[in-house]
Design a protein around this ligand. Structure first.
Ligand SMILES: Nc1ncnc2c1ncn2[C@@H]1O[C@H](COP(=O)(O)OP(=O)(O)OP(=O)(O)O)[C@@H](O)[C@H]1O
Ligand SMILES: Nc1ncnc2c1ncn2[C@@H]1O[C@H](COP(=O)(O)OP(=O)(O)OP(=O)(O)O)[C@@H](O)[C@H]1O
Ligand SMILES: [Mg+2]
Ligand SMILES: [Mg+2]
Lengths: 228, 228
């Protein structure tokens, strides 16, 4: 499903250059439940942003579902993202003026899903992440973990092929985390949805069928613990 | 140091009222290293915001360092906060247009610390949280865990009596978390700085000398595991 060869991502800040990714080769097959782990600043978010078509690599080749995407413009990338990829952002990226329902349904509205069935689906997925009583709340009327779960629901409501989850349980207590992980495991088992996580959470790692280690912008050889 | 009696905090949203805190009684002595834990939405951030003079309770009495603070206005609360309390926000609250150095030194500038000694102190505390090479970076040029550490450094640079830390390690890997916890334990042991955490992180909990449980806006009886 995802094939990265020699991916680099560099940022130029005045006179310094930061190499967030430094020659990454990675393949992710359909149906995987995979964790990328590494120290703070090692390149996890950068990697997920490129796979999720939210950012473009400085160099390297990137194929998603058989298509070479390196030279696509942002509109093409947005089209693919909207149709195939659910993204749970590390910083949630909720829209402050929209309430929980409107934040969750937003990506579906962008791609033109019919509104009537959508509202019922939004209600259902909000219940599954424990937010059934908060549908009318705005983001600043929610706790940190509640906001995180809005971000999770928004990624899942689009019924994506791939979910890229950047530290999706960082603000969640044990019980809520287990609930979320179970939901994701079910989607993986029944719908063959591919999950790629960046996480430090041992509970997520306990369920991963494959763990990939990243340090200083490159995958660490010999630590790829299996093929899903 | 901190005494809360019958604290409630309610939010009115249209026709519903959310009781974020529902009659909290809590005492925190100088020099404690205490964790408040509870499910997402249970009231941890709300509690820390009130103790940190960032918000006011709806009802109840609150004493900080012997002074009754319930009827103080926001300017008085800001004065106390700037002099005595360091706060590590769950959402970091960095100022986007300021770089790492400027974000860390900001609270000291507000209270008029002399600039020359301040810059050296900022550099030192940035090094202690592993950000020595990022002093000129702006928040949007940093990873999630790097931003969290700017928030931590900003709380510690003021040399506060109390540090209120709302999920301070949520975005940090094991190694970085242990480094931060060690730094905090040292300040607690050598400078008698009081630490009150909201956290789900077992590594922080492992070092807590007292754990307080909160659910649905109230402390759960029988679960206060000790007095520091
Ligand atoms: N500004 C607000 N307006 C309305 N309701 C709020 C507001 N802030 C918090 N709440 C509600 O109050 C309750 C407690 O929120 P709080 O942020 O204290 O929880 P928390 O324990 O910190 O949760 P988490 O672990 O998810 O960060 C939640 O149900 C939340 O929705
Ligand atoms: N927009 C940017 N501009 C400049 N540098 C950046 C930018 N985004 C990230 N970086 C740098 O690139 C490196 C990798 O960042 P990235 O966010 O991918 O790390 P991460 O592994 O997700 O870390 P964390 O666990 O802290 O979230 C870091 O050193 C960071 O400072
Ligand atoms: Mg990250
Ligand atoms: Mg909170």
């Amino acid at each position: 499903l995802v094939e990265l060869v020699g991916i680099t991502k560099s940022y130029e800040l005045g006179r310094t250059v930061v190499h967030a990714l430094n020659g990454v080769d990675l393949q992710v097959e359909r149906g995987e439940f995979t964790v990328v782990m590494g120290p703070s600043g090692s390149g996890k978010t950068t990697l997920l942003n490129i796979i999720g078509c939210l950012d473009r690599a400085t160099a390297g080749t990137f194929r998603f579902d058989g298509e070479e995407l390196g030279d696509r413009d942002f509109n093409d990338l947005a089209e693919i993202r909207n149709r195939k990829i659910g993204f749970i952002f590390q910083s949630f990226n909720l829209i402050p003026v929209l309430n929980v329902t409107e934040n969750i349904e937003f990506p579906c509205l962008i791609r033109g899903d019919p509104k009537k069935a959508l509202r019922e689906r939004v209600r259902q997925v909000a219940e599954e992440v424990g937010l059934g009583k908060f549908l009318a709340h705005k983001p600043d009327e929610l706790s940190g973990g509640q906001r995180q779960r809005v971000a999770i629901a928004r990624a899942l409501v689009t019924q994506p092929q791939v979910v890229l989850a950047d530290e999706p349980t960082a603000n969640l207590d044990s019980g809520t985390s287990e609930q979320i992980i179970d939901l994701m495991l079910e989607l993986n088992a029944k719908e063959n949805v591919t999950f790629l996580f960046s996480t430090h959470d041992p509970r997520v790692m306990a369920h991963a069928r494959r763990v990939v280690h990243i340090a200083d912008g490159r995958l660490v050889d010999g630590t790829d613990s299996g093929r899903a």
